[in-house]
Design a protein around this ligand. Sequence first.
Ligand code: ACO
Length: 427
Amino acid sequence: MANVELIIDGERHEFPVVEGTEKEKAIDISKLRAKTGYVTLDPGYKNTGATMSAITFLNGEEGILRYRGYSIEELADRADFLEVAYLVIFGELPNEAQYSEFKNDIKVHTLVHEEIKNILDGFPSNAHPMGVLSALLSSLTAFYPNSLDPNRSAHEVHLSIIRLLAKMPTLAAWSYKNEKGQPVNYPDNGLDYCGNFLKMMFAVPTEPYTVNPVVESALNKLLILHAEHEQNCSTSTVRIVGSSQSSLYSSISAGVSALWGPLHGGANQAVIEMLESIRRDGGDTEKYLAKAKDKEDPFRLMGFGHRVYKNFDPRARIIKKAADDVLENLGVDDPILEIAKKLEEAALNDPYFVERKLYPNVDFYSGIIYRAIGIPTQMFTVMFALGRLPGWIAQWKEMRENNEPIGRPRQIYTGHNLRSFVERGDR
Ligand code: ACO
């Protein structure tokens, strides 16, 4: 592969070009500062490849998403979430024996320490479940001190991976029970991953609970669609926190915090709140499209646009179809689905959105399914975190296995030059 030449002040410098397995090209500037004294400036890392990764291939122009070489369409259609988790984390689909061992290992660890209930009790009951989840995940470091040093042993890291996958549904459901002011439910290991989560969320001591297979299968699909998405904001956070050799639990807790914001995973909650407020305001989608286009108005069409998808988000296509199926299967008639479709159609035909390549993203329709299966709005981003966990783990593991250096960007300083201290009375 040819090198790239950079001419600075008349002096020529060569930099290698690296190419990925899908022919993506990058200029390797890792020696740029050493060779030239210059750094690059790229706010939001819009042009910066932070790593070389073998986990996910994403082509935003063509709307392609693959985990470890398998298309998202096929995985969403045919796989189990835990099978996908195994694939993403360990690199290959598990055979029967590997899958059954993996599932059993997870079942052994679904309980959380009883003292976690005391921590949970310390939160006010209206606490947002994302804050509670992030805190509870971080608290796992206190219960498993051997996990603090990720260099301790490969066995200890594996145990942390299994514990996280096993305990995340329990912690997520408990963060909801806290908000609801209801007693928590313990895991039911007789159920599959999604069924167990649903039971911990919705069972109440006064009534029997049976898992609805339509709901379980919709949840399985949603979790698969969210399982991994290469170097997004929360994943980059997990990698950068982990790069300081912080523990897996603390890195994942940081990922949950990064996911929470409305420009990232928090968009699924924001979309439903937006659609509801449009409905309350009479359903006038044109008015809200105009607001989104008005640069003086901070309003954005939530669930629209994506940093990397500039044609369509393949996950959104699958979810839109799934939303129709789930609502029909459950006999739910949700007026905001109509508003969402009207808004999408109008935006896709509007030059503002067309020119800027703004399309519905994964969050535009996911909230409608979550609502239909009874998940409360405040929990939507927690559901995203539950799905994204395998991706965060895989990226953290890969970063460690590649011996990547600590993440530490540079900056261009724009403040004052050196000045002398002035005594308070003289200022
Ligand atoms: N509504 C209206 N205008 C928008 C929207 C939107 N949702 N998204 C982008 N634009 C406009 C911007 O104002 C900008 O216009 P300009 O060129 O005239 O200044 C142009 O489109 C480019 O947008 P940027 O913000 O520069 O694009 P960026 O890649 O930085 O942001 C983001 C991507 C954050 C997803 C953005 O599209 C957005 O805020 N969308 C709404 C929030 C959302 O749905 N987030 C979820 C993303 S998916 C996920 O994280 C799981």
